[in-house]
Design a protein around this ligand. Structure first.
Ligand code: THU
Length: 139
């Protein structure tokens, strides 16, 4: 991926931290999803007093995109930290990895984990979810 595009995605994910609704964990997460058609969908984590209905930033972004007719994705950038302070990577939880598995080619989908525009790493979905169960498993 081009550095300019990576920087743009990191900027969009960081900008989502201001919308994070996380009064229980105080852990703010932001995500920026890039579709194959070149559009961005962003998301933040949204918690709930009943705890389990909480939604992760990645799933917020993916569900926003799918609900608008997008199903083909190129990459996602994720940032997060306690009180929105970014010091280390915020890797996607297992549920989010599974949701990515539903819509993304595990060999090609890029997951950018970032602290800032200088400190980031790019993983494939396959790398973060080896032997993942997906739509192809049901064929
Ligand atoms: N969280 C995310 O938004 N994405 C992840 O993949 C990991 C966890 C959120 C959920 C919860 O609001 C907070 O981080 C602490 O777990």
């Amino acid at each position: 991926m081009e550095k300019k595009l990576i920087d743009e995605m990191i900027g969009l994910a960081v900008a989502q931290l201001q919308y994070s609704y996380s009064p229980y964990s105080h852990f703010k997460v932001g995500a920026a999803l890039l579709t194959k058609s070149g559009k961005f969908y962003t998301g933040c984590n949204i918690e709930n007093a009943a705890y389990s209905p909480a939604n992760c930033a990645e799933r917020t972004a993916i569900f926003k995109a799918v609900s608008e007719g997008e199903r083909e994705f190129e990459a996602i950038c994720i940032v997060g930290g306690k009180d929105g302070v970014l010091t280390e990577y915020a890797p996607p939880c297992g549920v989010c990895r599974q949701v990515m598995m539903e819509f993304c080619d595990p060999e090609k989908f890029q997951i950018i984990l970032a602290v800032d525009k200088e400190q980031y790493d790019i993983f494939t979905l396959r790398g973060l979810l080896p032997l993942g169960f997906g739509p192809a498993s049901l064929q």
